[in-house]
Design a protein around this ligand. Structure first.
Ligand SMILES: Cc1cc2nc3c(=O)[nH]c(=O)nc-3n(C[C@H](O)[C@H](O)[C@H](O)COP(=O)(O)OP(=O)(O)OC[C@H]3O[C@@H](n4cnc5c(N)ncnc54)[C@H](O)[C@@H]3O)c2cc1C
Length: 413
């Protein structure tokens, strides 16, 4: 049987980042398995926001690591990884969001992340479509921005391959092989492959893989989506990313138009066991109850973006993000099986957190203490749950719906 030191399952941005970070260690043999094509699921559909300061302090070091890694990968590969360093603006239009923003300012200072307060006039100049009469405080983080999530995923994969990682696409992992409480390999569509270190980075399908290892992860697939207007100079070119937590919305430039993301109050959620293996064969926006989300949000968003009703939305992108009830990722071992690690449940932040997650998991797989505190991300923190039940999935959907309006909201999209 073929043998590798580490097998990473899932070739989205998380699997590619884990492989890249494992490959920093010389002499390890690493195999990345993807059953479709690299970055063909959530990682190519993301809006790509890379916001480093979250209202959830545990995420900030991971996101900061991603921001630094983007620069490192650009230098390492000698090519553009699609990052637009436009900065981000966050608008507080209520006392609650104002208090959050004060907390974020302190967090930015703790982590040496540039953070400024901006006046209304300065913001109006940069983002002409915003209506700011309700704004109480506005923050600007100049080193934030947005990235092409496909390009960044492929950059991790290419840099990993350049360091010796073997990547096999169109190879599905169908089972996890165990012996006396230890992982010993995987069964694949191309036969058995041995390894005492298997990493589950299977995105929305990660709970199905971990179930094969005896522990279905406490997460559920929840729909994320955004709309893009036709190119229009009224949107002001390459302006900063704008987050509007009072309106549960965000926006960024997109090839001359505006990309607008909305967190609806009842996010659609799905049973992971019903998902097809190929995301191209599935749309999470089906049925009459879903089609009008943009119109439903128009009033709420319209207080900050009055042009929403006239905007010519020409494109709609949706996909699945894996959410947990507390809006935090799942990182580390599962109970009862050694050698099996999980990097999943990214809660709409997998692009922004990708390098931090990859580094932490690589550290664990190599037997080191992660440099970040990952205790908040334990797989067993919800106790005994049925992650496929409607009740549990509703809790995950609520985490997405409420996230940008709670203290742990920051970078969820
Ligand atoms: C519309 C939308 C907008 C978003 N915007 C943002 C954003 O602005 N910023 C941000 O940080 N995040 C954003 N996200 C979230 C982000 O896209 C995800 O958190 C991230 O892509 C997750 O990466 P992943 O590698 O875990 O999953 P995926 O990209 O889904 O990759 C998982 C891979 O595992 C493979 N796989 C599954 N099971 C198996 C198996 N048994 N064998 C082999 N392969 C397997 C799948 O084929 C898939 O390719 C957004 C998501 C959506 C849907």
């Amino acid at each position: 049987m073929e043998q590798f030191d580490h097998i990473v399952v899932g070739g989205g941005i998380i699997g590619a980042s884990v492989a890249y970070h494992l490959a920093q260690e010389r002499g390890e043999s690493i195999l990345l398995l993807e059953r479709n094509a690299l970055a063909s699921a959530a990682s190519s559909r993301a809006a790509g926001l890379v916001l480093q300061v979250s209202t959830n302090p545990t995420k900030t070091p991971l996101a900061r690591r991603t921001r630094e890694t983007i620069d490192r990968l650009t230098a390492e590969l000698g090519e553009d990884v699609g990052f637009h360093k436009v900065g981000s603006i966050r608008i507080a239009a209520s006392a609650e969001r104002e208090a959050e923003l004060d907390g974020m300012a302190a967090l930015a200072e703790d982590h040496d992340i540039p953070f400024e307060w901006l006046g209304v006039a300065a913001v109006r100049e940069q983002v002409p479509w915003l209506e700011l009469s309700a704004a109480r405080k506005i923050a600007f983080l100049p080193t934030d921005g947005y990235v092409d999530p496909y390009l960044l995923s492929m950059a991790y994969a290419r840099a990993a391959a350049a360091r010796g990682v073997e990547i096999r696409q169109r190879t599905a992992v169908t089972d996890v092989l165990t012996d006396k409480g230890k992982v010993v390999g995987v069964e694949t569509s191309a036969g058995r492959i041995g390894s005492e270190s298997v990493i589950d980075a299977a995105g929305a399908w990660a709970a199905l893989l971990s179930e094969r290892a005896g522990y279905p992860l406490p997460m559920a697939p929840v729909r994320s989506h955004y709309w893009i207007t036709a190119p229009d100079p009224a949107y002001g070119g390459d302006h900063p990313v704008v987050t509007m937590p009072d309106a549960a919305a965000y926006a960024r430039p997109d090839v001359g138009g505006l990309l607008l993301g909305i967190q609806e109050s009842n996010s659609a959620t799905f049973d992971a066991r019903d998902l097809p293996n190929d995301p191209a064969a599935f749309s999470p926006t089906v049925g009459d109850e879903h089609w009008d989300c943009l119109a439903d949000a128009a009033e709420r968003v319209g207080t900050l973006f009055p042009g929403i009703k006239q905007a010519q939305f020409a494109n709609y992108i949706c996909g699945l993000s894996a959410y947990t009830p507390d809006g935090k990722i799942i990182l580390g071992p599962i109970p009862g099986l050694s050698g099996f690690l999980v990097a999943a449940g990214c809660c709409g932040s997998g692009i922004a957190l990708s390098a931090g997650i990859g580094k932490a998991i690589a550290d664990l797989a190599l037997g080191r203490n992660p440099e970040f505190d990952i205790t908040a991300f334990r797989a067993d923190r919800f106790g005994c749950v049925d992650p496929f039940s409607q009740e549990f999935r509703d809790r995950c959907a609520a985490a997405r719906a409420n996230k940008s309006r709670r203290m742990d909201a920051g970078i969820s999209v």
